[in-house]
Design a binder for this molecule. Structure first.
Ligand SMILES: C[S@@+](CC[C@H](N)C(=O)[O-])C[C@H]1O[C@@H](n2cnc3c(N)ncnc32)[C@H](O)[C@@H]1O
Length: 286
């Protein structure tokens, strides 16, 4: 009798004996290894294969597709674009392919894309009309049972129409599931490209979209400040930065043809393009 295998059924005992003979390890050693594997938790296997995201039908999902580089679209966002019955993209001109649509085409070529005009530059009344039209364009297919994705650049929760659209649709269709898939923002992509700091302990990351907000927030030396929609000119941004002794990087057309990453001081005095993000890392080095 092998003391080490006394509790094993006969068949398992003979397999253990054969394994010991094949490997040159003692039966006691093999039993200890087997018990260790049971008791010491194995690390969970790394996820492999396609990402599957379950959204009910009908539903509305806002999908962030990042700043432009298809490589910055998350696996979840891509899975939703492919699973949706329709991917709505907004466009100032219904005849032109907008940026969100370009990214959707690059990562989900089979998606059924529907372009919906949106008057971004309109006054409040015009904007609200556009929002109501967009809500109608979303609710017609969800009423018919579809999973509708609305693709937006960056993240759906930041400087997009999606939260307003979600509120409008929720008011009209209270039982419709509405959710969003997050996206990478241009300031995350810019900070990564420049290998610089955004957030850190005890400090804030502030995102503003005009020069007045920039001047207000640059005073907090410890905080990172991001300027979006830099429709202001380079000279104004540089003057504010110099006043506060702050350096910045400017990412223009991130992930798109002609992209450029430069120091703020190298930027022309003239208008900074709309598709630029200025990142001021925290000034205080601890
Ligand atoms: C309407 S906001 C969209 C923000 C987007 N939802 C996000 O989460 O980043 C547009 C602003 O985002 C920034 N932006 C978006 N895409 C960019 C890109 N590819 N390169 C540089 N800046 C970009 C610019 O500051 C632009 O004026």
């Amino acid at each position: 009798v092998h003391k080490s295998s006394i509790y094993l059924p006969r068949e398992l005992k003979s397999e253990l004996t054969a394994l010991a003979a094949r490997t040159g390890r003692s039966e006691a050693d093999l039993i200890r290894t087997a018990i260790e594997r049971l008791i010491v938790a194995e690390p969970a296997p790394a996820p492999s294969g396609p990402v599957i995201v379950h959204h009910p039908r009908p539903a509305l999902v806002g999908v962030g597709v990042g700043p432009g580089d298809p490589g910055l679209v998350t696996a979840r966002a891509r899975a939703v674009l492919l699973a949706a019955d329709r991917v709505v993209v907004m466009s100032t001109d219904p005849r032109s392919v907008g940026r969100a649509e370009m990214v959707v085409r690059a990562v989900a070529a089979t998606a059924h894309v529907q372009r919906v005009p949106f008057a971004i530059a309109a006054d409040d009344a015009g904007r609200h009309r556009s929002l109501a039209d967009l809500a109608d364009a979303v609710m017609a297919p969800t009423d018919a049972g579809e999973l509708v994705a609305v693709a937006v650049i960056g993240d759906p929760a930041q400087w997009t129409i999606f939260p307003e659209l979600a509120a409008e649709v929720a008011a009209a269709r209270p039982s419709l599931p509405i959710t969003a898939e997050p996206g990478i923002t241009s300031y995350q992509a810019a900070a990564a490209a420049a290998a610089t700091t955004l957030g850190r302990a005890g400090a804030a990351v502030v995102v503003v979209d005009d020069a007045a907000g920039l001047a207000e927030h640059l005073a907090g030396d410890d905080d990172a400040v991001v300027l979006y929609k830099s429709s202001t000119d380079g000279a104004t941004v540089k003057a504010i930065a110099h006043r506060h002794h702050r350096a910045a990087v400017v990412a223009e057309l991130s992930g798109l043809p002609g992209q450029r990453l430069t120091g703020l001081d190298e930027v022309d005095d003239g208008p900074i393009s709309y598709l630029a993000t200025v990142v001021f890392p925290p000034a205080v080095v601890r």
